[in-house]
Design a protein around this ligand. Structure first.
Ligand SMILES: [Zn+2]
Length: 58
């Protein structure tokens, strides 16, 4: 029986890539480029879109 992977709601803000490394333009002493890890603020690094919270009726 084939396994069906449940379609996960991909975060549209980062398109499934929650953490990206950006180059700052500067370099380390060893010549490697300095990168900064940036976490998607929309999904907080999960890469998936969190379901919209329903308003709780008090
Ligand atoms: Zn995201």
């Amino acid at each position: 029986m084939p396994q069906h992977t449940r379609p996960r709601p991909i975060c549209r803000a980062c398109d499934g890539f929650p953490v990206v490394a950006i180059t700052t333009g500067s370099r380390h002493h060893d010549g490697t480029r300095t990168t900064l890890p940036v976490t998607c603020t929309a999904c907080h690094g999960s890469g998936t879109r969190t379901p919209a919270r329903r308003s709780v009726n008090a």
